[in-house]
Design a protein around this ligand. Structure first.
Ligand code: NDP
Ligand code: AKB
Length: 271
C-alpha cells in the first residue's frame, strides 16, 4: 500500500463525537487548523481543555456536552451540528462493558446499543442530507468517518453486545458508502484493533491490551484513508488479517448496490 502523508482533502467544519477520549481526541488533534471543530462528549471539563488546546485566532472550536445514549442528547448534537454546517461527520463515541452477557445489567447493555448503534444511525440520518446539499452547492465533497472496530468482523464472547454493535456500525457504513456512490460524500468505516485509550479501563477488563496502538497513528491513518478507501482495518496482529474480508465486504456492497439500481431501472422501464 502506498505511503500517504496528507489527508485527502481539507474540510471546513467537523463534528467529532467522543472527542474527550483516546481516538476521538486524536482525530480532533489531527485535523488541520483550517477545520473548525464541534466537539462532543459528556465530560464538560475535558471538552473545555480541548477548546483551550485547539482553538486559535480564526479557528472556531465549539462544544456540546451531551449523552449520546439518550434521545435528547442525540437531538442536541444533531441540532448543533446542523447549525455548525458541518462537512465532516466523525461518529466515534463508543463504549462496551466487558463480562458475561447473563451477568450484565440490562441498562448497561441498552446503553451500549444506544451509544454504539443508535447514535451513528441517528446522526447519519439527520446530518447527511444537509451535508450533501452544502457539498453539492459548494462543488466540494463531504466526509464521514464511523469508528467501528476490528471486532466488527467476528463475535467476541464477553464483549458480545459490544462486538455485535460494532458489526452494525460497520455494515451500516459499508452499505451507505455503496448506496451513496456518485454523491459528493466519502464514507469510511474505521476498524482499529486494540488502541491505547480509556476504553479498556472503562470497560472493566483493565489496562489497554499489550501491543495496543497509538491513537494518534489511528487518527492520521483514518484521515489519510478517507476518500481513498471505504473500510480501514489497522492495528496489531489482526488488523492486517481483516483487510481481505473488508475488501470482500466492500465488493459485495458495491455489487448489490449496482444490482438493485439495475432492478430499479428495469422496473421503471416496465411501468
Ligand atoms: N480503544 C480500542 O481498542 C478501540 C476502540 N474502538 C472504538 O473507538 C471509539 C473511541 O473509543 P476510545 O477512544 O478507544 O475510548 P475512550 O473511552 O477513550 O473514549 C470514548 C469516547 O466516547 C464517549 N462516550 C462514551 N459514552 C458516551 C455517551 N453515552 N455519550 C456521549 N459520549 C460518550 C466518551 O466521552 P465522555 O466520557 O466525555 O462521555 C469518550 O470521548 C469507540 O467507538 C470504541 O468502540 C474501536 C476499536 C478499538
Ligand atoms: C476489544 C477492545 O478493546 C476494543 N475496544 C476493540 O473494539 O477492539
Amino acid at each position: 500500500m502506498p505511503v500517504m502523508k496528507q489527508m485527502s482533502r481539507t474540510y471546513r467544519r467537523a463534528l467529532v463525537t467522543g472527542a474527550t477520549g483516546g481516538i476521538g481526541g486524536a482525530l480532533a488533534r489531527a485535523l488541520p487548523v483550517a477545520t473548525d471543530l464541534l466537539l462532543t462528549g459528556r465530560n464538560a471539563e475535558a471538552l473545555a481543555q480541548l477548546v483551550q488546546e485547539l482553538a486559535r485566532p480564526g479557528r472556531r472550536v465549539d462544544v456540546v456536552v451531551a449523552d449520546l445514549g439518550t434521545d435528547p442528547g442525540r437531538e442536541a448534537v444533531a441540532v448543533a451540528a446542523e447549525a455548525f454546517a458541518i462537512d465532516l461527520l466523525i461518529c466515534n463515541a463508543g463504549q462496551g462493558p466487558f463480562g458475561d452477557f447473563l451477568d450484565a445489567e440490562e441498562p448497561a447493555l441498552r446503553d451500549t446499543v444506544s451509544v454504539n448503534v443508535m447514535a451513528p444511525l441517528v446522526l447519519l440520518h439527520r446530518l447527511l442530507p444537509g451535508m450533501l446539499t452544502r457539498a453539492a452547492a459548494a462543488g466540494r465533497r463531504a466526509g464521514v468517518i464511523v469508528t467501528s472496530s476490528g471486532v466488527a468482523f467476528y463475535p467476541v464472547p464477553r464483549l458480545a453486545t459490544y462486538a455485535a454493535s460494532k458489526a452494525f456500525s460497520l455494515s451500516l457504513t459499508e452499505a451507505l458508502a455503496a448506496e451513496l456512490d456518485g454523491a459528493p460524500v466519502d464514507l469510511l468505516a474505521l476498524c482499529p484493533t486494540a488502541t491505547k485509550s480509556h476504553f479498556a479501563e472503562r470497560s472493566g477488563y483493565g489496562p489497554s491490551l499489550p501491543g495496543a496502538q497509538d491513537p494518534a497513528a489511528v487518527a492520521r491513518a483514518a484521515l489519510q484513508a478517507l476518500g481513498r478507501q471505504r473500510t480501514l482495518t489497522l492495528g496489531p496482529i489482526s488488523g492486517s488479517v481483516l483487510t481481505v474480508p473488508a475488501l470482500v465486504r466492500a465488493g459485495m456492497a458495491q455489487a448489490i448496490s449496482l444490482l438493485v439500481r439495475r432492478g430499479d431501472g428495469a422496473r421503471s422501464r416496465r411501468r
